[in-house]
Design a protein around this ligand. Structure first.
Ligand code: AMP
Length: 427
C-alpha cells in the first residue's frame, strides 16, 4: 500500500528540532513577561468574515492564501492566517477595553497560508506576536519595536536589522494614493501582470513587489514620506527619536508597505541574512482603525509578529544546539537488580533529576553501551554486590579514564550528597 505523506508546505518537527523550538519559546516568553505582556490563546478556526474585514479583501492573503471551507452547518470558516485579527476579536468580545485602559497581549502559535512553499516559507508556520491596545502615543510604537528587537535578540539573532516607514493616516494617504496611481498608470506596461491589477485594487503593494521591472518602477515612485500630514510627520519624528535614544539603528524604507491593509502610520520590519528572499523575520506596525473596523470603539493599537520557522532556520547556522540537563543512567543486573533499581529511579526523578534506564532485558555491558549512546553524565550500577551492600556504583562518564574518582562505590543513604557534588547542583 502506498504510504501517506505529510501535506505540501507542512512538516513534522522531530525531537531534535523541537528541542530548538522549546528553548526559543522559553526565551521568548521570558522577554515578553519582562515587558509586561500576557499570553492570549485564541482558536485556530475563525469566521471567514473576520479576516476579510481586517486584513482586507484585496490583499494576497485574503485573495488567494486562506484555508477557507464550509463547516458542517454551512457557515464559512478559515484557519487563521495571522494573529492580530483574532486578538482584536477577543479584545472586543470580552469587553477588555472596558476593563483596562491599556492591554498588552502576546500570542505564540500556528498560522496557515496557502503560499508557494520554499525555504523559509510554509503553508503551516508559527508566529510569536504582541499587541499593545489603547495607546496612540509614539511611545507605544517605540515599546513595540523595542520588544520585537529584544525578542529576536534574546533567541540569538542579534544581527537583525530594522527598517521603518510610515503609511500615513486616512487623512493624508488618499492624496498619496492618488499621486501613486497616476504615476503607476503611466508605467503600467513595465509592471508584472499581478501589479497591473494591484494598481487599481491595492496600489501600495506594487511598491514591494519582488519582480525586477516593478522594483525599477517603484524606485522612482512618489514617496509616502513626502505626503505625510503634520501629525503623522511629528509622530514619525517622535518614534525615530525614541528609537535613537535606545540606540536602535534603523533604515527608513519608504517602499515597505506590508501585506495587510489595516496598518496606519508606523510600519516596521526586522531583516536577517542567510534566508535569501525570505529575509523578513518580523514585521508590524500601528493599526489605529482596526478595532473600529471590527465593530468596536475607536481604539488605537500597535503590534508585531515574528516568523519562528524562519528565525530557527537562521539560528541553526548561528547557535549551538540546546543542551539538556545532565542525564543519570541507572543500570542493573538481573531480576533483583531491576527491582532494586525501580524505586531508585523513581526517587531520583522525584528529586528533579533526568533519569534513564534500559527497559529491554540485557547484559550490564549492553546497558553501559546504551548509557554512552544516550550521553549519560553519570551511570549508577546496581549489581548483585551493590544490592547486598545497600550501595550503588557511580561511574562518572566525564572523568578521564583511570582517574581516581572515575568509579566509586556509594551507600544509597549517601547518594544525594554525592550526586550534588558530581553535578554541582544542576538538574
Ligand atoms: P506577516 O504576518 O505577513 O506580517 O508576517 C510576519 C512574519 O511572519 C514574517 O516576517 C515572516 O517571518 C513570517 N511569515 C509570514 N508568512 C510566512 C510563511 N508562509 N512561512 C513562514 N513564515 C512566514
Amino acid at each position: 500500500m502506498e504510504a501517506i505523506q505529510v501535506l505540501k508546505g507542512m512538516r513534522d518537527l522531530l525531537p531534535e528540532q523541537t528541542a530548538w523550538w522549546q528553548r526559543m519559546e522559553r526565551e521568548l516568553a521570558g522577554v515578553l513577561d519582562r515587558f509586561g505582556y500576557q499570553e492570549l490563546r485564541t482558536p485556530l478556526l475563525e469566521p471567514t468574515a473576520l479576516f476579510k474585514r481586517s486584513i482586507g479583501e484585496a490583499t494576497d492573503i485574503v485573495e488567494k492564501e486562506m484555508y477557507t471551507f464550509q463547516d458542517l452547518d454551512g457557515s464559512s470558516v478559515t484557519l487563521r492566517p495571522e494573529g492580530t485579527a483574532s486578538a482584536v476579536r477577543a479584545y472586543l468580545e470580552n469587553f477588555t477595553w472596558k476593563k483596562e485602559p491599556i492591554s498588552r497581549w502576546y500570542y505564540l502559535g500556528t498560522m496557515f497560508r496557502h503560499e508557494k512553499p520554499q525555504k523559509g516559507r510554509y503553508r503551516m508556520f508559527s508566529q510569536v506576536g504582541a499587541e499593545l491596545l489603547g495607546a496612540a502615543e509614539p511611545a507605544a510604537d517605540v515599546e513595540l519595536i523595542d520588544l520585537a528587537v529584544e525578542c529576536v535578540r534574546a533567541v540569538g539573532l542579534s544581527e537583525a536589522t530594522l527598517e521603518l516607514n510610515s503609511l500615513g493616516c486616512p487623512a493624508c494617504r488618499p492624496a498619496y494614493r492618488e499621486r501613486l496611481v497616476a504615476y503607476l498608470r503611466v508605467q503600467r506596461s513595465a509592471l508584472c501582470e499581478p501589479c497591473q491589477r494591484r494598481l487599481e485594487t491595492n496600489p501600495l503593494r506594487v511598491l514591494d513587489c519582488k519582480v525586477e521591472g516593478c522594483q525599477k518602477v517603484a524606485e522612482e515612485a512618489p514617496r509616502i514620506l513626502d505626503f505625510l500630514g503634520p501629525e503623522c510627520l511629528s509622530h514619525l519624528e517622535a518614534v525615530r527619536a525614541g528609537l535613537e535614544s535606545m540606540g536602535h539603528a534603523y533604515r527608513l524604507n519608504h517602499r515597505m508597505v506590508r501585506g495587510l491593509d489595516y496598518y496606519s502610520r508606523t510600519t516596521f520590519e526586522l531583516l536577517t541574512g542567510g534566508l535569501g528572499a525570505q529575509s523578513a523575520v518580523a514585521g508590524g506596525g500601528r493599526y489605529d482603525g482596526l478595532v473600529a473596523q471590527l465593530g468596536g470603539p475607536e481604539i488605537p493599537a500597535v503590534g508585531f509578529a515574528a516568523g519562528l520557522d524562519r528565525i530557527l532556520l537562521r539560528l541553526a547556522e548561528l547557535r549551538e544546539p540546546p543542551q539538556g540537563p545532565p542525564i543519570i543512567f541507572v543500570a542493573s543486573q538481573g531480576e533483583a537488580g531491576w527491582r532494586a533499581a525501580l524505586p531508585l529511579v523513581q526517587r531520583l526523578r522525584r528529586a528533579g533529576h533526568k533519569v534513564l534506564s534500559d527497559v529491554r532485558a540485557g547484559s550490564l555491558k549492553a546497558q553501559l553501551k546504551r548509557a554512552d549512546k544516550d550521553r549519560a553524565r553519570l551511570v549508577l550500577v546496581l549489581g548483585e554486590e551493590e544490592i547486598q551492600a545497600g550501595a550503588v556504583s557511580v561511574k562518572d562518564m566525564a572523568a578521564p579514564e583511570g582517574a581516581q574518582d572515575k568509579q566509586v562505590r556509594c551507600a544509597l543513604a549517601d547518594l544525594d550528597r554525592l550526586l550534588g557534588e558530581k553535578l554541582g547542583g544542576v538538574k
